[in-house]
Design a protein around this ligand. Structure first.
Ligand code: IPM
Ligand code: MN
Length: 371
């Protein structure tokens, strides 16, 4: 059974890290016969240059017809004009919205070999195992109106934070489902002391929690969460929150493992199915997999970006969209081994430590994939 993978390398370091992830997937494919077929489409800044729009319809079609999709990163200074009508980020937001990828899973689990790479103390970071679930297709990212205009007092601008109960309910349900396979605890994060949308969020989250009495449940305000995330991160299991809070908290959470270059993500929607793997029928969900880091224009083209977040994102794809759990575990194992062997890209290397290039790190992971 073949598996179609849509590939969107994007801009900046996106193509560099994507190439390493694909090479790892090909190595696994040779070992395990996963039947992977890759098809690429241009999105983001490069698509603006080529087609005048960030997300050409054929890119969306490619994703719709695929079993899973990989995305590097989009954006860069070339397309940063604040007055531009088209922006690379529209590709990302458009794919999320068009494919209804409402649940963005961002696991934060520092590997032991890197605990010292964190800016935080070892005793705070060691043993952290958090899954942040960020609502991805609603909230202030998509609410209308969202515009800049001229008003009676001069220039003004508005964005709208809007949620329906259904949008909240479905993402909080995902949090409770996943908590059951983990440490059985959900923390819902909002700003219910100020925002109406957060008060609705809290109300609906409590209703969902009521249906899962076996899972521990708590609410935290987002400002307090920002503090607790770095003072007592070990006490959290699944954290669920709205779109923008999740965006901000996960960049902060990236500092627990020590680098943005390590954090993968999976954006899941409603398209589900089953796949035959090794004679077994496994449930799968279509997803878009991307590192949480951006296009890093400052290091783009230099071949020094850390490919591990992208490689770990492709491991999440193997597990969640292809049902290839064993291959996913082998890939994650290879990443851990490379780090345990002391291999570091520039973002992780301490002074005096040798920094590998993107492709050297990719090769090192591939060499450690054992069948
Ligand atoms: C992310 C990114 C995006 C977001 C940007 C590039 C639009 O920061 O995936 O976290 O804000 O969602
Ligand atoms: Mn972000």
């Amino acid at each position: 059974m073949s598996a179609k993978i849509a590939v969107f390398p994007g801009d900046g370091i996106g193509p560099e890290v994507t190439a390493e992830a694909i090479a790892c997937l090909q190595t696994l494919d040779q070992q395990a016969g996963l039947g992977l077929e890759f098809e690429e489409a241009i999105i983001g800044g490069h698509a603006i240059d080529e087609y005048g729009e960030a997300l050409p319809a054929k890119a969306v079609d490619l994703a719709r017809g695929a079993d899973g999709a990989l995305l590097g990163a989009v954006g860069g200074p070339k397309w940063d004009d604040p007055n531009a009508k088209v922006r690379p980020e529209q590709a990302l937001l458009g794919l999320r919205k068009e494919l209804e990828l409402f649940a963005n899973l961002r696991p934060v689990k520092p590997v032991d070999a890197l605990v010292s790479a964190s800016t935080l103390k070892e005793e705070v970071v060691k043993g952290v195992d958090i899954l942040v679930i960020r609502e991805l297709t609603g909230g202030i990212y998509f609410g209308e109106p969202s515009e800049r205009r001229n008003g009676a007092k001069g220039r003004e601008a508005v964005d709208t934070l809007f949620y329906t109960e259904g949008e909240i309910e479905r993402v909080v349900e995902v949090a409770f489902d996943l908590a059951k396979g983990r440490n059985n605890k959900v923390t819902s994060v909002d700003k219910a002391n100020v925002l109406s949308s957060s008060r609705l969020w809290r109300e609906v989250a409590a209703e969902v929690a009521g249906k899962h009495p076996e899972v521990k449940f708590e609410n935290l305000l987002v400002d307090a969460m920002a503090m607790h995330l770095i003072s007592r991160p070990r006490e959290f299991d699944v954290i669920v929150t709205e779109n923008m809070f999740g965006d901000i908290l996960t960049d902060e959470a990236a500092m627990l493992p020590g680098s943005m270059g390590l954090l993968p993500s999976a954006s899941l929607g409603t398209r589900r199915g089953t796949r035959e793997v090794g004679g077994q029928s496994r449930p799968v969900i279509f997803g878009l997999y991307e590192p949480i880091h951006g296009s890093a224009p400052d290091i783009a083209g230099k071949g020094v970006a850390n490919p591990l977040a992208m490689i770990l994102s492709s491991a999440m794809m193997l597990r969640t969209s292809l049902g290839a759990d064993e291959a996913a575990a082998r890939l994650e194992g290879a990443v851990e081994k490379a780090l345990a062997d002391g291999l570091r890209t520039g973002d992780l290397a301490r002074s005096g430590e040798k920094a590998l290039s993107t492709s050297q790190m990719g090769n090192a992971v591939r060499e450690r994939i054992v069948g």
